[in-house]
Write a protein that binds this ligand. Structure first.
Ligand code: SF4
Length: 692
């Protein structure tokens, strides 16, 4: 830790890493950040923090930071540093030229879940009002878009049901496809505290994560399922509830609809634990015990992560968990619910702010005339009533020539999105790629314009965490680039001929509150006064809403949805006999752009491939060997690490480092409803590197 002396001032702000959204006091000496101190009154963390939030801020001062705009005519040219005026007028002129030549829909943008609500809001507004289309999507497409779809179908809103504190009242926690000790450490601490006090834990995960067994903690059940079989497992748990008389009849009768039809489906013999055992690999007896434990607990809460969503049945699984919670009455009070653990700091917010191509802010469809007319009146332009392109459609359309220009806000799609060879080809095919980022990331290598972004230490705005908590992000020091990101977006829109101007980030939030019913009571003044608030925050809930669906669901009645298990198309074959699944480690964060540039926590210098000793022995692979990891779409090399955390036949890696670039092997398969990529199931072959 670099300690620079006694601080002379402090600024209260929010961690910019994971979706827990911890509050910190940034202590400064002059303009130098001395240390980040977890804030004891922080609503999400109550004085706790993890290594990333506390120590991983050095990247904001890293010499790799891009501080001035850069331009080049062709991606084979050298970058040229230019003034803001030149960068903005070039960007606006090229966007208009491309639209004139190829049509209004030939351009679009991707928003970032790393940016503030205000920054995201102005990007989607630029697309809708200045570009004149709905070609805006969010990086949440590749992580939690099934959460949005599934929870909306079942409950009527695209968000988790509880506050984090409510885990203290859970008697049983069902943790599915999440590894909080690595990815959401402060929530993991809360959870561990409860587990030590007797809360029972059921883990559903192909990997033996730390919470399955660690000092003082022993999960009651670990359902170590085969990757891609989540839906079969959750259906079998619901089968046990329905067929063993464990249904909460009163809750179902009063609060839900569609039960009879769903119950007829779920009670079919093919959904029984015995029938799915062969598919899932989960012993039927253990699955039955786990289902009974969940159903008979006083309070049973579901927490889940990307191991649920990043599948071809991600949305189905989200609805399956909602079914399980409703049939047992585990919704609408503290200690229960269905709760996504969001990966990035502002995944919830970027979705709330209207980043999806079919939704205006507040999850309201672009085809809704009443909602559209509110924005048309305020923004002074007609808006399209048809959804625009999703991220995968943008890539495909770039390759067929109909999509020609893309603005990417703080997102490294060239490293993070699946089948990177395909992504790189699409980016190369664009006439104009504009990247707004802190660094020359992998995506910027394909860009014509690079607009320097601001780090969280320079931003003024809000992030919304996984429990819908809106936290203030306050500038610790002035923007090193001379401009806030929302100002740059406004200037591009203006240069395109659309008047867009705000005096401050607070004024943007005022517009959000004016047009978005769930944010109607939110303002910077209010947040500065109360600290943070969980939406919905409006006249009906002036103090916010820690627990949702208390007396009724947002959609009225909770809806049971039939969730047929459909096996993924990604199968192991003779050529690719192993299944690869991916995840994260504690000390790194996603593509590693920040953590790799923070020396004091970068103790994992590369990605490794965890492979079971049995599979390794079959291939002549020893611990530490360099291996080739290949799928039908690409291959890479990395170091093998022998591990029995995965079952035989399954291997595991992370994607934090561009050198190994694990997403070169992940495929085009995606969730049927949202196109969220199926990162968690890829058929691969692993061979000693010198054998290929
Ligand atoms: Fe930041 Fe998440 Fe760690 Fe909290 S748990 S300090 S939000 S990375």
């Amino acid at each position: 830790v670099v300690e620079l002396g006694m601080p002379t001032r402090t600024v209260l702000t929010t961690c910019a890493y994971c979706g827990v959204g911890c509050s910190f006091k940034a202590e400064l000496r002059g303009d130098e950040l001395v240390r980040m101190v977890p804030y004891k009154d922080g609503g999400a963390n109550e004085g706790h923090s993890c290594v990333k939030g506390r120590f991983a801020f050095g990247y904001a001062s890293h010499p790799d930071r891009v501080l001035a705009p850069r331009l080049r005519e062709s991606i084979t040219d050298e970058w040229r540093e230019v003034s803001w005026e030149e960068a903005i007028s070039f960007t606006a002129r090229r966007l208009r030229e491309i639209q004139a030549e190829h049509g209004q829909g030939a351009i679009g943008a991707i928003t970032s879940s790393r940016c503030t609500n205000e920054e995201v809001y102005v990007v989607q507004k630029m697309v809708r009002a200045a570009f004149g289309n709905n070609n805006v999507d969010t990086c949440a497409r590749v992580c939690h878009s099934p959460t949005g779809y599934g929870l909306s179908q079942a409950f009527g809103t695209s968000a988790g049901t509880q506050d984090f504190a409510s885990v203290a009242e859970a008697d049983v926690v069902l943790l599915i496809g999440a590894n909080p000790t690595a990815a959401h450490p402060v929530f993991a601490s809360r959870l561990k505290q409860q587990l030590r006090q007797g809360t029972q834990l059921i883990v559903v995960d192909p990997r033996r994560i730390e919470l399955v067994r660690s000092p003082h903690i022993q999960a009651r059940h670990h359902l170590q399922l085969a990757p891609g079989t989540n839906v079969a497992v959750v259906n079998a748990m619901a089968y046990v509830v329905v067929t063993e008389g464990l249904v909460n009849d009163e809750f179902v009768a009063q609060r839900c609809e569609g039960f009879d039809e769903w119950a007829e489906f779920i009670a079919r013999p093919e959904n029984s634990p015995e029938a799915v055992q062969e598919i899932t690999g989960v012993p039927a007896a253990e699955l039955r015990e786990a289902a009974r434990l969940y159903a008979t607990a006083g309070n049973a809460a579901i927490y889940y992560g990307l191991g649920v969503t990043e599948h071809s049945q991600g949305s189905t699984m989200v609805m399956g968990m909602a079914n399980l919670a409703m049939v047992t009455g585990n919704i609408g009070r503290p200690g229960v619910g269905v709760n996504p653990l969001r990966g990035q700091n502002n995944v919830q917010g970027s979705c709330d702010m209207g980043s999806f191509p079919h939704e205006l802010p507040g999850y309201r469809h672009v085809a809704n005339d009443d909602v559209r007319s509110v924005y048309e009146h305020l923004w002074g332009v007609p808006l399209l009533n048809e959804p625009g392109l999703r991220i995968p459609n943008m890539f495909d359309s770039a390759l067929d020539g109909s999509f020609r220009a893309l603005f990417v806000q703080g997102e490294d799609i060239a490293q993070s999105d699946p089948n990177t060879t395909h992504v790189h080809a699409a980016l190369r095919a664009l006439d104009l790629l504009v990247v707004q980022d802190l660094f020359v990331n992998e995506t910027a290598k394909f860009a014509h314009v690079l607009l320097p972004g601001t780090s969280f230490l320079e931003k003024d705005g809000t992030f919304t965490n996984a429990e819908r908590r809106i936290n203030r992000v306050r500038p610790v020091r002035p923007a090193r680039t001379g401009k806030q990101e929302w100002q740059i977006i406004c200037e591009i829109a203006q240069a395109m001929g659309y008047p867009m101007h705000y005096e401050s980030a607070a004024q943007i939030m005022d517009e959000i509150a004016l047009t978005t019913p769930t944010f109607a009571g939110v303002s910077f003044e209010m947040l500065d006064r109360v600290g943070s608030v969980q939406w919905p925050c409006n006249a009906a809930a002036p103090d916010g809403t820690p627990v949702m669906h208390v007396n009724g669901f947002v959609r009225g009645k909770g809806r049971f949805v039939r969730t047929d298990y459909v096996p993924t198309q990604e199968r192991s074959t003779r050529r690719f006999p192993l299944i690869l699944t991916t995840g994260r480690i504690l000390s790194q964060y996603n593509v590693g752009a920040q953590t790799r540039r923070t020396g004091n926590i970068a103790w994992h210098p590369r990605d490794v491939l965890e492979i079971h000793p049995h599979d390794a022995e079959l291939r002549g692979i020893h611990d530490g060997d360099t291996v080739t990891l290949a799928s039908r779409v690409g291959q890479t090399t990395m170091q093998a690490q022998l591990s029995d955390r995965m079952p035989v036949g399954v291997c595991y890696t992370t994607f934090h480092h561009p050198e190994s670039g694990a997403n070169v092997v992940t495929t085009e398969h995606s969730d049927w409803a949202t196109n969220c990529p199926e990162y968690k199931v890829t058929a691969v072959q692993v061979t000693p590197a010198n054998a290929t």
